[in-house]
Each structure stands twice: as structure tokens, then as C-alpha cells.
Write a protein that binds this ligand. Structure first.
Ligand code: MN
Ligand code: MN
Length: 467
């Protein structure tokens, strides 16, 4: 009996796929390195809530790490580090490899925009002696989640004379915060009987910004007048200046450890800053790579990647062409030989909502960085679907570098779906696959990732870059 059992056990070990919690494989030293890495990540998250702030953080780190601004026609050699700032909302960085650039680049692409509430172009109004901002939400949100939580305001206002005024209110402990109201349950009979998607509408996502009237004035609009006066005194802006502004309301929460064991992190915008930060760290820590490394932190993914700072625009392609030219090659040949990790998050299995996932093909918290061969919806529509060969290559690389990884797709076949920038890069004739961190409560104001998975994403990107 016991002999048969051990033969079965042996066979099982040989033939079955291992899908264990990664902590069983992590040494104590590595667990410590993982937790310590995540302290840096949390600090980054608290400083970088919107794409423009990620760009500021990134440029600062790149300059400190010896990167210089890329200029067309500049002389480049192996080991040189350059960056391109796309309108303060996206960044490309590159480290020139020792191999000729025709051997292709190792490309990592993550996005740095996250779902949020954008201010409308004429946002400020007064109703019943309360002042408000009207918003137009950005990206896929469950609207009811954005009421009754503290919000901070980030972005930029361009004044009539062209002066650019940066805004960040609600992050410092001494700052005020803002809020969208919700109905009290006592009076919410009608609201509570609506479907969840209709409980709060887009036009109800109005942000409270004040209630005190301007003291010398009793005419209507005095609260709005008082707010505009405060804004004029602080920023020198008038109502018309909002027309040329990008103001974004995001949760005012700080990134915090979750759980008694501190194994997870709660924060706004893990999607996709968890992949942006890990790819950025892996890139700036890479010295003298074999292949030229190109990492892009892009904007606009959450609304479909259109616009000149999103990856449907040509800015990445132009950069590769210009880089190839600076190294005496041509961009077309470089792109065809290149490989890309589309570094984006996937949905983690949530035991509270098991019905939306197919348990054999979804990502789990703590089982490592997730490799996603295809995304899409309604029969793989809108995905690039990586080849078996490229998937095999990435799998071998992860195993060789001891990266804890798993595979998973986004939910059950007919449950919904989603996409990433993978398809846009693959369309440039680049071998591309999605890889990223599983997230619980994705697109909620407070998302959850595991520290182990985050650290493994960093290890995975570093392994890919160094290969
Ligand atoms: Mn994403
Ligand atoms: Mn997203």
C-alpha cells in the first residue's frame, strides 16, 4: 500500500502543475527583502497619485541614476541611459545594450493613469449655499464607491496668460479634503431599490468644496464667490481658468499594510502603478544590459489608450525609430526583433465573489506574478494573444531566475473581460505578453495587492531586462 502511494506521489510531483502559495517557497531573507521593497513602493504611492506626479517622481529618479534627455541624432553607446518626457504625462527610458540594437529591445510597458473623478471644464457652482465641483469620471468605476470617502485634488491649471499652476490639496495631514455625498439609509428607499449600477449616477458625483459665504455679500452665489476668492488668493486663478485645467479627484487615503501579518498593501491606483513602479525599479537598477532596454510608463490606458500620451499614439514607435537611427540602424528591423512585457495587473480570485472566476484559470493572491497569454472579451476580441513559443520562452526565463509566477485570465469566459496595451505593442510586430500583479477590488478607490506578488513582478521585470 505505502509503495503505491509513494509512486502516485512521485508521479503527481512530476506531472501535476504546482500552484502553491508562494510563501512556502520564499526564504526568510527573501521574505524580508520583499517586505522592505514594499516600504519603498508605499512611499512612491503616497507621492504619485496621478500620472503627472508619477512622471515627476520618475524623472527625478532617472536624473539621479545618470539618465540624460534623449535628443534625435545624439551619439549613443552601450551603457548610455536616456529618457523622453512625453508632455509630463508619460515617460520612456532606455539603457543602451552591448548587443547591436537590431537584436531587438527588451520593452516593458506599464500605465500610470488610474480611474478617478476629473473636474469638468466649467466645474464650480453653488446650490443651496453649498459650493461644488461637477465631475466627469475617468475610466471604469463603480460610481457608488466614490461617495462618502475623503478625496484629494491633483493636477494643473493653465491661466489665461499661459502660466501653469500645479495643484495638490488633500494629501498633507493639515490640508482640507473633499467629498461626494450619499443619501442617509433612512431616506434611501427609492435609491436602495435601484440596481447597484444606477444607485449613484454620473451627474450625482458632485464634489463638496465649501459652505461659507463671502462675508460682505448677501447676494446669491456668495459661497461660490468666497471659494473663488480663496482660489484667487492661493493660486491667482479665476473661474475661466478651469477651462484650461486638468484637475483630478482621487482618494485621499495613504498606502497601508493590510492584515495582521502585513502581507498585503491597500492603496489607491495599484492598477497600474504597482507594475509601473516595479518596472521602473528594475530598469534603473539595470547596468550594462545585453539587449537595449526600453521601459515606457504611459498615460490614457484606462480610457482606451487614445490621445498623444496613450499607447495608441505613435510616440513609442517614433522613439524606437529615433533610437535605432541614433545607433545606425532602422526602427522597423528593431521592432520586429523586439520583445515586450505588457506590465499590467490582473484580477485576483476573491473568495467572497468566487462565481466570476474559473478556478483553474485565474490569478490568486500570493501565487506570484501573473502571466496572461491573452485578455479580451467575447471570444478573445481585442487581445494580441501571445504565441505558444513566446509564452514558453518567458516561462523558461521565469523558472531559470527563480521567479514565483502563475497564469490566469480575467474572469470566466462570458463574464466580461478587459484589455491592456499589449495589443497596441504587438501590432508593431513585437512579441508581447501580459505580466503583472493580481489585484483584489480592482478599480475601487482602495485596491489590494500582495507584497509577495509585487516583489515577484519586480524580479520578473529585472530577469526579462537582464536577459
Ligand atoms: Mn491596468
Ligand atoms: Mn485598469
Amino acid at each position: 500500500m505505502s509503495e503505491t502511494k509513494s509512486a502516485a506521489k512521485e508521479l503527481r510531483e512530476k506531472l501535476f502543475m504546482q500552484r502553491k502559495n508562494g510563501f512556502y517557497r520564499l526564504s526568510d531573507e527573501e521574505a524580508e527583502a520583499c517586505y522592505s521593497f514594499c516600504e519603498d513602493y508605499k512611499e512612491f504611492m503616497d507621492r504619485s497619485k496621478i500620472e503627472r506626479e508619477v512622471v515627476v517622481y520618475t524623472l527625478d529618479l532617472l536624473k539621479k541614476s545618470g539618465y540624460t534627455e534623449f535628443k534625435c541624432g545624439m551619439q549613443l553607446k552601450a551603457g548610455d541611459k536616456v529618457y523622453l518626457n512625453n508632455r509630463d504625462k508619460a515617460v520612456i527610458m532606455a539603457v543602451i545594450g552591448s548587443e547591436p540594437i537590431e537584436a531587438g529591445v527588451r520593452l516593458c510597458a506599464a500605465h500610470i493613469d488610474s480611474p478617478r473623478l476629473d473636474m469638468k471644464q466649467n466645474p464650480i457652482y453653488e446650490d443651496t449655499e453649498m459650493a461644488y465641483f461637477k465631475t466627469h469620471y475617468y475610466g471604469g468605476i463603480k460610481k457608488y464607491q466614490w461617495t462618502a470617502i475623503p478625496l484629494s485634488l491633483h493636477g494643473v491649471v493653465v491661466k489665461a496668460d499661459g502660466e501653469r499652476v500645479p495643484v495638490c490639496v488633500g494629501e498633507d495631514e493639515s490640508d482640507p479634503v473633499f467629498c461626494v455625498s450619499d443619501l442617509l439609509p433612512h431616506l434611501a428607499n427609492a435609491q436602495m431599490s435601484k440596481p447597484l449600477a444606477k444607485g449613484i449616477t454620473g451627474e450625482q458625483l458632485n464634489i463638496i468644496i465649501g459652505s461659507r459665504p463671502f462675508k460682505d455679500d448677501e447676494e446669491s452665489g456668495a459661497v461660490k464667490l468666497n471659494i473663488l476668492n480663496i482660489l484667487f488668493e492661493k493660486y491667482g486663478i479665476t473661474e475661466a481658468d478651469f477651462i484650461s485645467a486638468e484637475l483630478e479627484a482621487v482618494p485621499a487615503f495613504k498606502a497601508r499594510d493590510i492584515g495582521f501579518d502585513r502581507s498585503m498593501i491597500g492603496a489607491y491606483g495599484h492598477d497600474d502603478k504597482v507594475c509601473a513602479y516595479t518596472a521602473l525599479r528594475a530598469t534603473v537598477e539595470c547596468e550594462a544590459p545585453k539587449h537595449t532596454v526600453v521601459t515606457v510608463l504611459t498615460d490614457k490606458e484606462e480610457i482606451g489608450s487614445d490621445g498623444n500620451t496613450g499607447l495608441c499614439s505613435a510616440y513609442l514607435e517614433y522613439f524606437i525609430h529615433d533610437l535605432a537611427e541614433a545607433l545606425g540602424s532602422n526602427g522597423r528591423a528593431v521592432l520586429s526583433a523586439s520583445e515586450c512585457l505588457s506590465a499590467d495587473v490582473n484580477a485576483a480570485f476573491d473568495p467572497t465573489f468566487p462565481e466570476v472566476n474559473e478556478k483553474n484559470n485565474c490569478a490568486y493572491i500570493n501565487k506570484g506574478v501573473c502571466i496572461t497569454k491573452y485578455t479580451g472579451a467575447r471570444g478573445k476580441s481585442g487581445t494580441s494573444d501571445a504565441s505558444a513559443e513566446f509564452t514558453g520562452r518567458i516561462r523558461r526565463l521565469m523558472d531559470a531566475q527563480n521567479v514565483i509566477w502563475q497564469t490566469g485570465e480575467l474572469g470566466k469566459v462570458d463574464e466580461g473581460g478587459g484589455g491592456t496595451v499589449a495589443a497596441y505593442i504587438a501590432n508593431l510586430d513585437v512579441d508581447t505578453i501580459d505580466m503583472g500583479v493580481p489585484v483584489i477590488s480592482m478599480h475601487a478607490p482602495y485596491e489590494i495587492v500582495s507584497k509577495l506578488d509585487t516583489y515577484m513582478a519586480y524580479k520578473a521585470f529585472a530577469a526579462f531586462i537582464a536577459d
